[in-house]
Design a protein around this ligand. Sequence first.
Ligand code: HEM
Length: 184
Amino acid sequence: MTTRLFGFAGGDAGRWQVLSMNTLAGEPLATARAIDVLEGDTCQTQARRWVLRGITSNERYVTREEKENLVAKQQGLGRPQSTCAAMIPLRKSVDWWALTQDERRKIFEDQSRHIAIGMNYLPAIARRLHHCRDLGPDEPFDFITWFEFAEADMAAFDEMLKALRASPEWQYVDREMDIRLRLA
Ligand code: HEM
């Protein structure tokens, strides 16, 4: 099945074993021992502590040139060497959403270099961005970001996160969890 909608289910058992759950901003999520990524509009919430929903969408920020560079360098999820993952749900502030698209792009790329920084870590890091904000009024996060990489690339992943979190874009992040995972 090809789907754009995904559920991220935290519970006692699942495909991805939780190594750590850190709250960087805002309310924490309840502790889970494992996470499953569910495809489609699933109701498999039994025996789960929580399920976050997100949907892949059209791009908002990339220029044609950036897109071509990304496509040439990036690799997909599910590579055999990708035994580690990070799930980082994020919410941005009212101030962010009050900006216009051109103002957001200026902060996102001209000031923060989000794409330029991220490009340096391709193809080692594979990623999928899910939007939650327009799924309904009660979604706890605006985005669920999902990354997969080999154990050997964990330090590089942490270095990238440090650079992104120090950027002006992150001044607009008001809820953020960092969940690290390993294939169970
Ligand atoms: C592998 C490195 C990365 C690359 C290549 C990358 C690339 C991108 C690109 C191209 C976009 C824009 C998509 C669009 O045009 O709509 C984007 C958006 C985004 N990325 Fe990254 N990224 C990386 C790492 C990260 C990390 C580590 C995080 C979280 C900690 C993150 C969080 C986000 C979020 C939340 C958005 C949506 C921003 C918004 O719409 O306001 N990215 N990323």
